[in-house]
Design a protein around this ligand. Structure first.
Ligand SMILES: Cc1cc2nc3c(=O)[nH]c(=O)nc-3n(C[C@H](O)[C@H](O)[C@H](O)COP(=O)(O)OP(=O)(O)OC[C@H]3O[C@@H](n4cnc5c(N)ncnc54)[C@H](O)[C@@H]3O)c2cc1C
Length: 419
């Protein structure tokens, strides 16, 4: 007979959204089981955090743990974002942002960062189980039942509510046919970790460096330094650019793209790769809805946009906080509206990032970022969004993103052509 357990909340996946949601719910007194397919530490891409996510780390009772372990685990202090395009530099200092709140964060190796958060959620009281895979879900009037596979053994968990934090595993979107193709283009990323051996004194290790390809402005590179002299490095572009060189291995492909960008080629001339070069393709995804009776989708299990503004972990943690707080009220018997309290609240910020992503790839936002005659107030507002404060509707570029951004693009493009 299949073993059946009961809990208040079952969470699928122990990544950032799962660990943060688990901790918030446990702190509110709920009994939480987290089911994780892998054993931690495990590799994950997405190492540059945004300052806004520090609020959710704090809400989950994890801030001291993160700060106390930062040096030991090689987390790199981060205070902004630097951009480079064909001889032009631009830099955003997150402490000069428009919105209130933390202005600094870290760049983290996700294997150890995710383990730190998951361990902390277990310390707070979540029951975190590794090497167990969720393979099915069914619903009754009383609960949702997860089928869990542990090697060849199958068991079941009855939960009053299930949060799907399975990231690109997208467990409930697949099982409940909620998957929707993203409206964003099909792009690919090729990446690795490396000893960067950068000696250029102008290079600021406290900032992520985003470099635009000199001839194809919709191709860009990330360079995310860690504090131990290594970095995460990758190139992103439409799959067509990679298909043109399909005979190349991932490593040859990465080296080819580096050689095409003289500034990066010089900066990384002495680099030594420390991990195999990997590739991910078609990662942008969407869903028909973010919640249903007895379940909600968090982080990448819902919508994933694009790596360009490092918004993934921040959106994942924001979704965890919104869903955990809505669920806490529901479990206490208060009236909640998942559409308003969760879905619309989350999407408000996601849509802001989406406009930024689209405007980056059509290169209009690049012209704003590299604009020389910048106004400091406007720069502070753009900076806020780059720092993750995409939900602060006091910021005019959040409240009316599309209209404001279009007007700003016009000003920058006009002044640039009149110079
Ligand atoms: C190329 C690229 C670069 C990126 N760069 C950045 C960046 O610089 N900064 C940033 O913030 N974001 C970045 N992101 C996005 C970021 O990686 C994700 O948004 C983030 O990891 C989402 O967190 P999550 O908790 O939703 O999911 P995840 O971190 O993916 O965690 C999901 C967990 O669920 C587990 N799981 C999956 N299936 C099952 C199952 N069936 N049963 C049990 N467990 C399961 C997985 O093993 C995993 O541990 C990048 C993404 C890409 C593709």
């Amino acid at each position: 007979m299949t073993e059946v357990e009961n809990c208040d909340v079952a969470i699928i996946g122990a990544g950032p959204s799962g660990a943060v949601a688990a901790s918030i719910l446990v702190k509110k007194g709920w009994n939480v089981i987290v089911v994780e397919k892998e054993s931690f530490p495990r590799f994950s891409i997405g190492e540059s955090l945004l300052p806004y996510c520090m609020n959710f780390i704090e809400e989950a009772g994890m801030l001291d743990t993160v700060i106390d372990n930062a040096d030991l685990l090689g987390f790199q202090f981060k205070d902004g974002a630097a951009f480079y395009r064909d001889g032009e530099h631009s830099s955003f200092d997150f402490n000069k942002k428009f919105s209130d709140g933390p202005g600094t964060t870290y760049q983290v190796k996700r294997a150890v960062f995710d383990k730190l958060l998951a361990d902390r959620s277990a310390e707070i009281g979540a029951d975190v189980r590794y090497k167990q895979e969720v393979t099915g879900i069914s619903f009754s009037d009383e609960h949702a039942t997860l089928t869990v596979k542990d090697n060849d053994k199958e068991s079941a968990i009855n939960a009053k509510f299930v949060l799907d934090a399975s990231g690109f595993g997208r467990v409930l979107p697949r099982l409940l046919s909620l998957e929707l193709p993203s409206t964003l283009s099909n792009r690919k990323a090729v990446f690795c970790h490396m000893e960067d051996n950068i000696t250029d004194t102008q290079h600021d290790r406290n900032k992520i460096l985003i470099t635009v390809h000199p001839t194809h402005n919709d191709i860009w590179f990330w360079l995310i330094p860690f504090s131990d002299g290594t970095c995460s490095f990758g190139v992103v572009g439409d799959v067509k650019y990679f298909d043109e060189n399909e005979e190349l291995t991932n490593e040859e492909m990465l080296d080819l793209f580096i050689s095409q960008e003289p500034h990066l080629a010089q900066l990384l001339k002495d680099h030594k790769k420390t991990t195999p070069v990997n590739a991910l393709q078609g990662y942008s995804s969407d869903v028909t809805r973010l919640y249903g009776d007895k379940f909600a989708l968090l982080g990448n299990a819902g919508e994933f946009l694009d790596p360009v503004f490092s918004s993934g972990v921040t959106i994942a943690m924001c979704s965890a906080s919104l869903a955990a707080n809505t669920l806490d009220k529901q479990l206490r018997g208060d009236k909640v509206c998942w559409e308003q309290d969760y879905s619309e609240s989350l999407k408000a910020g996601v849509e802001v990032f989406k406009h930024f992503v689209m405007s980056w790839y059509d290169t209009n936002l690049q012209n704003v970022i590299f604009f020389h005659e910048e106004d400091n107030d406007v720069k502070g507002m753009i900076c806020s969004i780059l720092a993750g404060y995409a939900w602060d509707d006091k910021n005019p570029y959040v409240a009316k993103t599309e209209r404001r951004l279009a007007a700003l693009v016009d000003i920058c493009n006009e002044e640039e052509t009149s110079l």
